[in-house]
Write a protein that binds this ligand. Structure first.
Ligand code: KIV
Ligand code: ZN
Length: 521
């Protein structure tokens, strides 16, 4: 086994372990389709992520298929599959990652008193035995085995050290001590790594890993403290998505390390200029909008509104910017697009924004851009982004919006006439509702009957002005799984229909069957 040197040199390389496709996808409403997972995995690989945790293969056949497919196509990064300590879990994970160029099994077991007593209902000695057997079984499949002490930060230190020693003895090459419930603080987490590394006799035989949740808003701070304590692998997600309040955000960690290299003597292999696009890709795939003031990738992260700040920026950008927008892939040049812009300008705008579309996709996007530009004076970057992302998302849709007319106003009842293309057949239906949005959704239901429940309906403007694009998010749930869809259009009712259909298509992609009752035209 490799002897991993963990002493701090002037700039220690830290490994980025991205778990957007596993811990990220695990959060309610962030489910991705098979194709979306592959697209995200390809992007993470291109961006320089060292380890991609592609999913939890035992969780479902869909997860297994996705992990196997990612394992087969990713050429550079290590591909990890998650497994609990049981034999079936480990074998399923081993089966899923075996085709990878660099496969890893990530197996975990709870070690805190509260988890052992109530969740596992096992004595500490039984847990220790399981650590040894699970890691050994994983080593029968692959050489690269990560072991995680779930709820590590609430585990008694002596027991944690015994577990870590046992895992390394059984063959674990990476040891992760997660702050599963987002409970720790930077000082405590730093000290925890120092103590474990000092006290465990074989600790130099493994790489230590941090995995922080954001329940107290400390995930990134704790992650950086863990590095100071000697960890050299960081587990994180794009946009910080993940269970409850999420995981530590990859883009924040990477840019903190780069921007404060004076006090954080580390480096990653991430191409930071791709961070903005990664954020957009994951936001679109999960339909989880990025909060406007989100560090690094929020739309306001490089926007200066107040007169004093604008004045300072005009004199020297370093007055109010600690990193350049270009360094994270945000382009400053603002080519204003409108109805007179031609195909070439549109193509170059897309290129500048980091999109590389095939000819057919480009043509579709251009047609939609022209239709939008006819209705809207200025077409902003955000409008184009919404339009292209929607275009990409709809490529595999089985139900597509053809047209919508709504009668609304004070005299009611509100009535919607909807035309949908259902797997190639155009179907028209009319429906009434308690308000125009309700009428629109009822019309969809009349054409495609389904049992999904509407859990969330949200509207916000993509840009400013009364002609702004309205962006609608819709969350639907059916049979215990929930999906979110986003749609943008200057007409709020059209965005509502689009968002609902995106969500419905996701449900269908997850195995729901389509029943179209209306007669084809
Ligand atoms: O938060 C956690 O403890 C996890 C483990 C499975 C590593 O996600
Ligand atoms: Zn986690």
């Amino acid at each position: 086994m490799t002897d991993h040197n963990q002493t701090v040199s002037p700039k220690d390389r830290v490994l980025i372990f991205d778990t957007t496709l596993r811990d990220g996808e695990q959060c309610p409403g962030a489910t991705m389709t098979f194709e979306e997972k592959l697209e995200v995995a390809d992007f993470l690989d291109a961006m320089g992520v060292d380890i991609i945790e592609a999913g939890f293969p035992i969780a479902s056949d869909g997860d297994f298929e996705a992990v196997s497919a990612v394992a087969k196509r990713v050429k550079r990064a290590t591909v990890a599959g998650l497994a609990r300590a049981g034999q079936k879990d480990i074998d399923r994970a081993g089966e899923a990652v075996k085709a990878a160029v660099k496969p890893r099994i990530h197996t975990f077991l709870s070690t805190s008193p509260v988890h052992m007593k109530y969740k596992l209902q096992k004595e500490p000695e039984e847990v220790l035995a399981l650590v040894a057997s699970s890691v050994a079984r994983a080593r029968n499949w692959v050489e690269d085995v990560e072991w995680s002490a779930e709820d590590g930060t609430r585990t008694e230190i002596d027991f944690l050290c015994r577990c870590v020693e046992t895992a390394i003895k059984a063959g674990a090459t990476t040891i992760n001590i997660p702050d599963t419930v987002g409970y720790t603080t930077p000082d405590e987490y730093r000290a925890l790594f120092r103590t474990v590394r000092e006290r465990v006799p074989n600790s130099d035989k493994a790489i230590f890993s941090v995995h922080c949740h954001n329940d107290l808003g400390l995930a990134v701070a704790n992650t950086l403290a863990g590095l100071e304590g000697g960890a050299r692998q960081i587990e994180c997600t794009i946009n910080g998505i993940g269970e409850r309040a999420g995981n530590a955000a990859l883009e924040e960690i990477v840019m903190a390390i780069r921007t404060r290299s004076d006090v954080l003597p580390f480096e990653t292999g991430i191409d930071a200029t791709l961070l903005n696009r990664a954020s957009k890709l994951v936001a679109t795939a999960t339909s989880f909008p990025v909060q406007y003031n989100k560090a690094i990738v929020g739309r306001n992260a490089f926007a200066h509104e107040s007169g004093i700040h604008q004045d300072g920026m005009l004199k020297h950008t370093q007055t109010y910017e600690i990193m350049t927008p270009e360094s994270v892939g945000v382009s400053k040049t603002s080519l204003v697009m409108g109805k007179h812009s031609g195909r070439a300008a549109f193509r170059s705008k897309l290129k500048e924004m980091g999109y590389d579309l095939g000819d057919n996709q480009l043509e579709d996007a251009f047609t939609r851009f022209k239709a939008l530009a006819d209705r809207k004076k200025h077409v902003y970057d955000e409008d184009i982004e919404a339009l292209v992302d929607e275009n990409i998302a709809s490529a595999h849709d089985r139900v597509k919006l053809v047209s919508l007319t709504v009668i609304a106003g004070t005299r009611g009842p509100q009535r919607a006439t909807m035309r949908l293309d259902v797997e190639g057949r155009v179907v028209t239906e009319e429906a009434e509702g308690n308000g125009p949005v309700d009428a629109v959704f009822n019309a969809i239901k009349a054409i495609v009957p389904h049992e999904a429940m509407l859990e969330l309906y949200q509207v916000h403007a993509v840009t400013e002005g009364t002609d702004a694009q309205a962006e609608v998010s819709v969350r639907l749930s059916q049979d215990g799984s929930s999906v979110t869809g986003r749609g943008a259009d200057p007409d709020t009712l059209v965005s509502s229909a689009k968002a609902y259909l995106v969500a419905l298509n996701k449900l269908v992609a997850k195995g729901g069957r389509l029943h179209s009752q209306a007669a084809a035209e």
